[in-house]
Design a protein around this ligand. Structure first.
Ligand SMILES: [Zn+2]
Length: 71
């Protein structure tokens, strides 16, 4: 069988509370597009996320979001 239309799965990325390393505020993503996934096979995959308060771009290990291509 094949899937014609996928149901909306809630990405774990969107449920996660993120603490900004710069200003210590907490925020949650509203869209996966707010995080840029970066594959890094040497140090581990990570996301680049820009803080909504201080607008500093931080890097967050992908394992925090239960997604990694490095098992
Ligand atoms: Zn911040």
């Amino acid at each position: 069988m094949k899937i014609i239309k996928r149901s909306k799965e809630r990405a774990p990325l969107l449920d996660k509370k993120i603490t900004c390393e710069e200003c210590d505020c907490q925020f949650q993503l509203e869209s996966e597009r707010e995080a840029k996934f970066v594959a890094d096979f040497r140090d581990g995959d990570y996301y680049e996320i820009t803080c909504p308060q201080c607008h500093v771009r931080g890097t967050y290990q992908a394992t925090l979001f239960q997604r990694s291509s490095v098992e």
